[in-house]
Write a protein that binds this ligand. Structure first.
Ligand SMILES: Cc1ncc(COP(=O)(O)O)c(C=O)c1O
Length: 399
């Protein structure tokens, strides 16, 4: 990457990573990178212990009691597929399950759910958001049916950054004995997330965004209301393994061993990435969530204040950056979003994300489908001077 590049695409993946992440990965790769396994040699046991240490850190961060139920995944998409297909994959065989989701979802939620709805293995309700970018939890309550099995929604929109009232949604889900699957892709590492107070049954998140770890990392926390399917035959919350295979421990059982985390962790894990994720989580814990969030919100507020009342621009979602994580999407009226992205890249050395952001339902609701918008997403390491440069660049492009 050019020295001068100013990176504002943190909603896709954070850059740079936290201090200590690269070093931890290089050290592990050069000294300790054996394949983990409880029944193996010392190096294998040490690798397994490293994985457990990172599980524990993540579990503490999200107030999750059972750290063995913190299951590593390849990214947010993998964790969400593990949850959605794990619970609903046999929906057809077990009678039609109803699922509630929203227009704010990323394709990693919308696509698996829509594919199941198309196959008629589930019945799907998609709730929309208000003009500021928020889902009304009461709309979720109204959508609940006797056969509703799961609510799947994002904690914050990856297009608008708007923070959703997921505590209220979690309470509604629990009241109606419905599973709550939370996509914390845009909030893990920057907002407090508690599986306890939010009544989350399945918490999916990537490790490479605000947790400041490398790509190729993520996890799913599986709450105790979701047992392994081999242990219970007739529970609506039973979870099937999405990936089956070697577990580094018990090789004797003909099917996946029912103990977490190995139940869901078939295959050699990304140990090198997970070491880096552990270093990212340490950094996040040392900094404290509040300071980073406030810094990102200040940068977003600058952009909103500068352009929301400017006729040359359309800025989407609430004007109150305190109701957002560090993400704002806008358009320069009369310009295609990809052109603005290219000009920012080519002429100003600024990296943003134009397009649909893997969230086509959000853009349909905003009226920006199929061209999308320009997303500017500051992260922990952006400076106030850099956001001023983005403001100036957008102003110059608009003419
Ligand atoms: C809200 C949301 N959910 C899920 C994902 C998928 O995460 P990953 O890219 O790690 O698969 C993203 C990624 O941008 C996201 O923003």
């Amino acid at each position: 990457m050019s020295e001068a590049m100013i990176y504002f695409d943190n909603a896709a993946t954070s850059f740079p990573k936290a201090p200590g992440v690269n070093e931890a990965m290089v050290k592990f790769l050069s000294e300790d990178a054996a394949n983990p396994g409880r029944a193996g040699h010392r190096m294998a046991v040490a690798a397994e212990q490293m994985l457990d240490g990172v599980r524990l850190k993540l579990s503490r961060l999200f107030e999750a009691d059972r750290h063995e139920r913190m299951v590593f995944a390849l990214n947010g998409t993998d964790a969400l597929n593990m949850a959605i297909k794990g619970i609903l994959g046999d929906g057809g065989a077990r009678g039609s399950a109803h699922v509630i989701t929203t227009d704010l979802e990323h394709n990693s939620v919308s696509r698996p759910l829509q594919a199941m709805a198309d196959r008629k293995t589930i019945e799907l309700t998609r709730i929309t958001f208000d003009d500021d970018g928020f889902i009304d939890p009461e709309d979720v309550r109204k959508a609940i049916q006797p056969n509703t099995r799961m609510i799947v929604m994002t904690h914050a929109s990856n297009v608008l950054g708007t923070i959703q009232d997921v505590t209220a949604v979690g309470a509604i889900a629990r009241e109606h004995d419905v599973l709550f699957c939370l996509d914390a892709a845009q909030t893990a590492g920057v907002l407090p997330v508690s599986v306890k107070t939010m009544n989350v049954d399945l918490l999916a998140f990537p490790g490479h965004k605000s947790l400041l770890g490398p790509t190729g990392t993520g996890a799913l926390y599986v709450g105790e209301r979701c047992p392994a399917s081999s242990l219970v035959v007739d529970d609506a919350a039973r979870l099937n393994p999405w990936r089956e295979g070697g577990t580094g421990g018990d090789s004797s059982t003909p099917t996946q061993p029912a103990e977490f985390p190995h139940y869901l962790e078939g295959g050699t894990p990304n140990t090198v990435g997970i070491v880096g994720l552990g270093a990212g989580v340490d950094y996040v814990n040392n900094q404290g969530l509040g300071a980073t969030l406030e810094h990102e919100q200040q940068m977003v507020q600058k952009l909103i204040d500068r352009f929301a009342d400017d006729d040359r621009f359309t800025v989407y979602g609430t004007r109150d950056a305190k109701r957002r994580v560090g993400t704002v999407s806008l358009n320069i009226n009369g310009f295609d979003a990809p052109d603005v992205g290219s000009i920012l890249d080519d002429s100003f050395g600024i990296a943003v994300r134009p397009g649909l952001h893997c969230a086509p339902y959000t853009h349909r609701r905003l009226g920006t489908f199929p061209d999308g918008a320009v997303r500017v997403s500051p992260g922990a390491f952006n400076t106030t001077e850099q956001i001023d440069q983005v403001v100036d660049a957008l102003d110059q492009i608009a003419g």
